[in-house]
Design a protein around this ligand. Structure first.
Ligand SMILES: NC(=O)c1ccc[n+]([C@@H]2O[C@H](COP(=O)([O-])OP(=O)(O)OC[C@H]3O[C@@H](n4cnc5c(N)ncnc54)[C@H](OP(=O)(O)O)[C@@H]3O)[C@@H](O)[C@H]2O)c1
Length: 512
């Protein structure tokens, strides 16, 4: 049996070191590691007990299972497969002892035997030496990262969204009662671009204040608690919610209960509650570690559509026989069409029409949730002798005018739900038919929660979400983009409309 024992004092906080060591998918950012992947998430935490990771180091491909996850003090793993050289791995244990705010002692212990007769005796000591050197390099890298303050944020010029940059941010000291959240993964869709487009008019820039003239983009995703001065919220907890496109967020939890808390930071007090609420995933009935990406992408979009469908159904679809959804390929429109199709049996009859770009039409048709799919050039084909409802996710001024002109008074309601075609946005004047009305989801949540109660609302939403996830997971390809530079490129592509509706874009920061 070969035994490795590496001990180091690191000038880094224990929480930081723990978060780095347990960021399994992020090991490929350590020198010598050429690829890393979280093959199976853990049961209570994606990186926790039961997680399986695959790590490639030179010619070796290792598969390891996490057997202990005790934030921020210990992590144990076992190598279950090693190619091309089979090994019997008895134990891998990393203990982290905090010795102050920015200091800790790490001991990394591992025992193994090369499972090849005769040759194993020769190769064992060589492998032991290489592994010991590898452990030391990883710990040194973590210390360097901590000291270089590898924290960053995306800053967007509020007057010109095309001017944006990654900037370093120095971690602020934690205020009394505060919690530091390390942003781990989040989704990027056209909805995030809309947050920037409407940042000033709908206060989206106010959630995460930045330097004068600049804005921090809000995103939805998951983060881990890495420092806590708040009783009842422990280091290592995983949180879902609204974060800046940045490596961390400090919050001031209030109304803490087993399900979540509110960020009571002064600058957020006047902003809608739905964005200020953070979910403790351990007690969230909607959470599943296996479906984190799907949740990061669809939870906010599907919830909006659930509310929009509910609002329109309450008004009997404004008496319309044709429901027209623009940007039909967008994830929010798909969610909405799914619900309108699912619930149609209990409603007055309607036809669901999806309008999309020519290049996206086949994808939208294959989804099967619209009765009819047309590209934007075919509006003349719509039968304007029947009353219609326009649900607009595109916000394209020319398209809106065309729909209003085509239907005129046959348009019973014109609902503005998004501005995915943000470059084609413009003020309307003298539009035929009804005046477009903005749908504001937080108002509908407040009304329904008052009527159904928090639990009743959550239950109805959870049932619908589960049905939708079962449908949508076969319809999209989730792609992960690791690290700030890759994340910036995805943002720039989305801003410029370079996106594939079939792809779910996930940014993975890990703890870098
Ligand atoms: N009111 C709310 O609370 C709320 C909540 C969620 C989402 N929304 C809105 O719904 C819209 C869709 O959001 P999403 O996150 O679901 O989008 P998404 O899935 O990322 O949308 C992708 C689709 O949007 C269209 N698109 C995106 N960017 C474009 C560009 N620059 N130029 C032209 N077309 C572009 C294309 O569809 P087509 O080719 O089919 O047009 C594209 O396939 C957004 O405006 C979002 O803000 C509103």
């Amino acid at each position: 049996m070969q035994t490795i024992h590496v001990e180091r004092e690191l000038a880094a906080s224990a929480a930081f070191v723990f978060a780095q060591i347990t960021d399994h998918a992020g090991y490929d950012r350590f020198p010598g590691v050429t690829a890393s992947e979280l093959i199976r998430p853990g049961t209570d935490h994606p990186n926790g007990v039961g997680a399986v990771r695959r790590i490639v180091i030179g010619p070796f491909v290792l598969q390891e299972v996490i057997e202990r996850y005790q934030a921020p003090a210990a992590m144990a793993y076992r190598i279950t497969r090693c190619k091309p050289l089979p090994i019997n791995h008895k134990v891998g244990l990393i203990n982290i002892e905090s010795c102050g705010k920015h200091q800790c002692r790490v001991s990394w212990h591992s025992e193994f035997a090369v499972a090849v007769p005769v040759l194993g005796r020769l190769l064992g000591p060589i492998l032991r030496q290489r592994m010991a050197r590898g452990f030391a390099v990883i710990l040194k890298t973590i210390e360097k990262r901590y000291q270089s303050g590898a924290e960053f944020k995306l800053l967007i010029n509020r007057k010109d969204l095309h001017q944006h940059k990654l900037a370093e941010q120095t971690p602020e000291p934690l205020p009394p009662g505060g919690v530091r959240l390390k942003v781990d993964r989040f989704a990027l869709t056209a909805n995030n671009i809309t947050y920037a487009v409407l940042g000033d008019s709908l206060s989206y820039w106010k959630f995460f204040p930045a330097e004068e003239g600049w804005g921090k983009l809000p995103v939805w995703g998951f983060a881990d608690v890495v420092e806590s001065a708040c009783q009842g919220i422990a280091i290592g907890e995983r949180i879902y919610g609204y974060f800046p496109f940045a490596s961390e967020l400090m919050v001031s939890p209030a109304k803490v209960n087993e399900y979540g808390f509110m960020d009571a930071a002064a600058h957020r007090r006047e902003l809608p509650t739905v964005y200020n609420h953070y979910v403790r995933v351990a007690n969230d009935p909607m959470y599943s570690a296996q479906r984190e990406n799907l949740q990061a992408i669809f939870r906010p979009l599907f919830t909006t559509s659930f509310l929009l469908d509910d609002f329109l159904a309450e008004h009997d679809m404004f008496g319309a026989k044709t429901l027209i959804l623009s940007s039909a390929s967008s994830k929010t429109a798909i969610s909405c069409a799914f619900l309108m199709e699912k619930f149609r049996r209990d409603r007055s009859a309607y036809e669901l029409v999806g309008l999309t770009s020519e290049g996206n039409a086949d994808y939208v048709k294959n989804l099967g949730c619209y009765d009819r799919v047309l590209d934007y050039s075919a509006i003349e084909q719509l039968d304007n002798s029947k009353q219609a409802l326009f649900i607009d996710f595109a916000g394209n001024a020319d398209l809106t005018r065309e729909i209003h002109t085509h239907y005129a008074d046959q348009l019973t309601h014109s609902c503005v739900a998004g501005v995915s075609h943000w470059q084609e946005r413009a003020q309307h004047s003298n539009l035929p038919g009804p005046r477009p009305v903005m749908f504001f989801a937080p108002d509908q949540v407040t009304r329904r929660v008052a009527e159904w109660g928090q639990a009743g609302f959550a239950e109805r939403l959870a049932i619908a979400t589960r049905a939708f996830f079962a449908f949508v997971e076969d319809q999209i390809d989730i792609q992960e983009f690791k690290g700030p530079d890759a994340a910036l490129k995805v943002f720039t592509d989305l801003l410029n409309g370079r996106m594939n509706p079939k792809v779910g874009y996930i940014v993975k920061f890990g703890t870098d």
